[in-house]
Design a protein around this ligand. Structure first.
Ligand code: AMP
Ligand code: TRP
Length: 356
């Protein structure tokens, strides 16, 4: 059994194929489609590290999902650089290649192979309802890639290829994880097996949805055209402080309690970020900072952000000086990932009726 994560974790589903319970195993991934943001750090990477460190999982697998990235055009050199930079971000934040399996998705071909099977399990209607698809394809869905439409089936394959039981992600991935559960359930039902686990999303903490610094109703994103809307993991101390100073707020001071932030999305976002960075509950932050003007709160937040991010960005820069070492780490991770993935794909092919 895994050590308790703070969200309720249901017992592993029994695996009828092997007669055993599913091994507790973590999988998550990030697209190397641009630099890392504070949203990626707080919503994902920092929690990857916590789950690695708490132990209790047979394996923790963390992937750079380069095949997801190319669902929209990526310049090939930029993709290579972003994949290495993402790996450097994982390592700098505290993921340890001796304890976690770190690799890029395309180097474990079983992801694409299982994704094809799932393309034939998932329904067009399910994909059409995904809000990420609707947002990204926009009004011009005719011109979007087929890969962008099928994106969630590949994501289901990423997870189920390892029989992963726990998937730490930010709030925006909730719908994709529900679809992953639907794919597992439909496969099991259609083939009369109990082969794929019903995966637990792990979406918890005060920073599951870090918002843009320019618009408190929009998610902080690496693809936002405004660089001022986000904090990048590679920003220097001055840039971080300037972006926080210029973050949009309202003229009122902070209220005395968190409930008072209900209709103040920008202020609430800064409080959430403060809480996450300082590992406190939002109530605790309000006890210290309630009543403060932003003129006082923003510098405190900037200091905290610089304190947390500066060592990570310095370590990323150091690691990026030796790209060959990063490539070796990822290649070794891919081999270990394949050891887990290959037998599960084989078994899937058997269930489906593919001759050996
Ligand atoms: P992506 O950059 O879209 O590949 O996202 C990678 C991971 O970071 C996913 O688990 C996302 O849910 C998480 N993430 C991305 N942006 C944010 C954000 N603004 N707040 C919280 N989590 C985020
Ligand atoms: N779709 C995720 C995102 O954009 C990235 C992703 C791909 C992922 N495969 C995954 C996350 C599997 C968790 C598990 O954030």
């Amino acid at each position: 059994m895994p050590a308790p994560v703070s969200a309720p974790v249901s017992a592993p589903t029994p695996d009828a194929a092997s007669g055993t319970a599913f091994t507790p195993r973590i999988f998550s991934g990030i697209q190397p489609s641009g630099g890392l943001t504070l949203g990626n750090y707080l919503g994902a990477i920092r929690r990857f590290v916590t789950m690695q460190d708490q132990g209790g999982f047979a394996q923790t697998l963390y992937c750079m999902v380069d095949m997801h990235a190319i669902t929209v055009w990526q310049d090939p050199d930029a993709l290579r650089r972003n994949t290495r930079e993402l790996a450097a971000g994982y390592l700098a934040a505290g993921l340890d290649p001796a304890r976690s399996i770190l690799f890029n998705q395309s180097r474990v071909p079983e992801h694409a192979q299982l994704a094809w099977v799932f393309n034939c399990v998932a329904r067009m209607g399910w994909m059409g309802r995904m809000t990420q698809w609707k947002d990204k394809a926009g009004k011009n869905a005719e011109a979007a890639s087929l890969g962008l439409f099928a994106y969630p089936a590949l994501m289901a394959a990423d997870i189920l290829l390892y029989h992963a039981t726990h998937v730490p992600v930010g709030e925006d991935q909730k719908q994709h994880l529900e679809l992953t559960r639907d794919v597992a359930a439909k496969f099991n039902h259609d083939y009369g097996v109990d082969f794929f686990p019903v995966t637990e999303p792990v979406i918890e903490g005060t920073a599951t949805r870090v918002m843009s610094l320019r618009d408190g109703t929009k998610k902080m994103s690496k693809s936002d055209p405004s660089d001022a809307s986000r904090i990048n993991l590679t920003d220097d101390a001055d840039t971080i402080a300037r972006k926080i100073r210029k973050a949009r707020t309202d003229p009122e001071p902070l209220p005395s309690d968190y409930a008072g932030l209900r209709d103040r999305p920008e202020a609430r976002n800064l409080v959430n970020i403060y809480a996450a960075l300082s590992d406190q509950g939002t109530d605790q932050v309000m006890r210290t900072h309630g009543g403060s003007q932003f003129g006082a709160f923003k510098p405190a937040l900037a200091e905290l952000a610089v304190e947390t991010l500066a060592p990570i960005s310095a370590e990323m820069a150091r690691l990026m000086q030796d790209p060959a070492e990063i490539d070796r780490t990822l290649a070794a991770g891919a081999l270990r990932a394949r050891d887990i993935a290959a037998p599960i794909l084989e078994r899937t092919y058997d269930i489906v009726g593919m001759l050996r």
